[in-house]
Design a protein around this ligand. Sequence first.
Ligand code: ADP
Length: 264
Amino acid sequence: MSCLSKDVVFLKAGGSFITFKDKPVSVNYEALKALAEALKIAHKEVSIVLGNGGGSFAHHVVLKHSSENPVRLLVKCQQATRLLNRLIVDYLLFNDIPATSLQTSAIIGYGMNTLRAFTPPLLNLVGNGIVPVLYGECILTEKGSVEIFSTEKVFEIVSNILKPSRILLLTDVEGVYTCDPKKCSNPELIKRIDSSNLNSILESLKNDLSRDATGGMYSKIMSMSELSRKTGAKVIVTSGFNHENAVNALRGEIPEKSTVIEML
Ligand code: ADP
């Protein structure tokens, strides 16, 4: 059975959504429930490649071990991200969603200084209606240094193999704002980011001090605008807590409260 005739959607369950980012190793089960409810409906209609961020599992481990030797940093980081990924996949399975874990660093790696992907496992899962769950992970370079690989970066590599019709980033806020909505006094939701306003938005977010190990909102917009340019796909950033919103976005409808990144 092949499901590649359906639209392919890359879906990120952000670390800020799926975990409590300021509380180490804590899953937000309300978020996980909303994610499962959305997937239960949408996985039958579109082919989903799910990726989860590392949130409070990865970031504090990276901070704790970043000054130690790279081997220790790598294994501790992978231990943390593996645990969160497994909790998510098991929760989805418990809710009858045919999901399975795909270890990012087992299908993406460096060879001759270039990032390479081993594609059959991913294609076979998606082609048979199974939801592969990749994740942001620490990856070893050929020289033995550790690279912190965000879910957005995973999507960039996977897009060379599988062309998404759209990309949906579920986070704990309604989209991209003029400033961090948890910290500034008058944040305004930016409804659309395209070639007419990309540079000015990046400029205003440049000095965002809340960046985490994968670079925060600035890096997210940089990488997603590039991915939209490369694939022609719309990127929708919205809150994951309203599962009907998420289902509609997976179907291609733009939620009222969201940011669309589209580089035509
Ligand atoms: P993810 O959920 O993908 O892990 P991040 O944690 O990197 O995403 O980014 C989401 C967080 O970024 C939100 O919780 C929010 O507080 C913070 N943030 C900082 N600046 C902004 C901004 N300009 N617009 C939206 N969110 C922002």
